[in-house]
Design a protein around this ligand. Structure first.
Ligand SMILES: Cc1cc2nc3c(=O)[nH]c(=O)nc-3n(C[C@H](O)[C@H](O)[C@H](O)COP(=O)(O)O)c2cc1C
Length: 435
């Protein structure tokens, strides 16, 4: 058995808002409707979690202006996803909901309190995706002149996590007395300041709210670089991973097992979810045709422009891909953003042109093409070979793709007995770690 998650890659932002199947997203993306439909469908299908991305900037690296960003709505506009979580939880009963918080955007106290509040409101189904933010424009919205370099960002994230974890433990397990006669609500000797003093954060504590059903909300981590892996090995319950083949999946799993053991944890304490993009169709041929059409559209100038914009984003706003000749070589700078993603893009790119790169295949993990039955078989086989814990699916978000995955693919996986057929526990972590 393996787990399924859905990566909501553009957070509480605009989902496809033009073209076929966009529905009314252009004007209704600010409302919860599509996200509620998504989450209830995922629960019906037996997903473990919905994973909500977030970023806080209007990028203007590409071409030195926000024109391309706002022409297509690329990662902006985007609403704050935290207030969306209780609305999704109110419509569901079991599925876990992980929301993104950046260690440069949220002071630890605010993050710890906000996440515990969500844990109460979701009755133990809240998770936090801890990220370090990617571009200078984000950092500049939070009081910094520019973003920290990669190593320092992760040092700060480690400290942030230590501080947040200490706050989550600042109320002892038996601090609540709940004696209405005396009266005595809590035992003050079991609610203690944390007196945290680090290089980046200084917090007295204790947290001013009581622990939620999970005490420690589920922690997710998405960076795949060495410091990203370390952060996950020390702190995370689940990690999002990029791999293109079962062999790469296996290698990452082994690497993480060693790191977990070094940090005194067990390999089964961390579930690794591999990104995967499904291209479904009624038949294998239909799926292949859709996949081919999808690739053919990459030659469209609008598509090339969006891909180049995205590469600029992934570089951390360091490389302006608009400056380079489309028919010339690919600039080989990794930048300071999503370094694992940037390296994956640049791999083997010395011999091709920038146009080839812009028109080429995506880089969001494994791609699966086929009917529901065929794809279920491919996914089961890949998991079997790699020994991973699950897939984090990253389809585009339209009501059509939601149906295809939740009412086509997931039932086919269930028939094979490779995904859950219900939820045996109450909380997100218990379900996530139950097998
Ligand atoms: C699948 C995936 C999802 C991510 N989600 C977010 C996000 O929601 N917000 C964000 O600022 N960064 C996000 N990131 C960035 C990472 O959390 C990390 O900070 C960055 O990729 C640095 O990665 P590295 O360790 O590979 O260099 C994501 C990265 C990946 C691969």
């Amino acid at each position: 058995m393996f787990r399924l998650g859905w990566f909501l890659g553009n957070g509480f932002g605009m989902q496809p808002w033009f073209g076929d199947w966009a529905g009314r997203s252009m004007t209704e993306w600010t409302q919860p409707g599509l996200y509620v439909d998504l989450t209830t469908s995922l629960e019906r299908a037996g997903f473990d979690l919905l994973f909500i991305e977030d970023t806080s900037m209007v990028e203007d690296t590409y071409g030195g202006s926000a024109e391309t960003t706002l022409k297509y709505g690329l990662m902006a506009p985007k609403n704050d996803p935290v207030p969306l979580v209780p609305l999704l939880a109110a419509a569901t009963e079991h599925i876990g909901i992980a929301v993104t918080m950046s260690t440069i955007q949220y002071p630890p106290f605010l993050a710890a309190r906000s996440m515990v509040t969500l844990d109460h409101l979701t009755k133990g189904r809240a998770g936090v995706n801890v990220v370090t933010s990617v571009t200078h424009r984000v950092a500049q919205n939070f009081g910094y002149d520019q973003h920290f370099d990669h190593a320092e960002r992760y040092a700060m994230a480690e400290e942030w996590m230590d501080c947040v974890s200490a706050l989550w433990e600042s109320w002892g397990p038996d601090a609540l007395v709940h004696d209405q006669v005396t009266p005595r609500y809590a035992d003050h000797t079991k609610v203690t300041p944390i007196d945290f003093v680090g290089r980046y954060f200084k917090v007295r504590g204790p947290l001013n709210t009581i622990p939620g059903p999970q005490r420690r909300p589920v922690v997710a981590q998405a960076g795949n670089s060495t410091p990203g892996r370390e952060l996950a090995a020390r702190n995370a319950d689940t990690m999002l991973a990029l791999a293109k083949t079962p062999a790469e999946m296996k290698a990452l799993r082994q690497d993480m097992d060693e790191r977990l053991i070094r940090h005194g944890r067990k390999p089964e304490d961390l579930k690794i979810l591999f990104m995967a993009v499904p291209f479904l169709g009624d038949t294998d041929r239909d799926a292949q045709e859709r996949f081919d059409r999808h690739h053919a559209r990459k030659k469209d100038p609008n598509s090339i422009e969006q891909r180049l914009w995205y590469l600029s984003y992934v570089s951390g706003g360091v490389v302006d891909y608009k400056k380079y000749d489309l028919d010339g070589p690919v600039p080989q700078e990794v930048g300071n953003g999503e370094t694992t993603t940037a390296k994956a893009w640049l791999e083997g790119s010395r011999d091709i042109t920038l146009r080839d790169l812009a028109e080429g295949p995506g880089n969001y993990g494994m791609e699966f093409v086929g009917s529901s039955e065929t794809m279920a078989g491919q996914m089961a086989e890949a998991m079997e070979e790699a020994g991973g814990d699950g897939f984090l699916l990253y389809p585009e978000v339209t009501r059509r793709s939601i149906m295809e995955v939740c009412d086509g693919l997931a039932p086919a996986l269930r028939r094979r007995g490779v995904i859950r057929d219900g939820y045996s526990h109450k909380t997100f972590r218990e379900n996530l770690l139950s097998f």
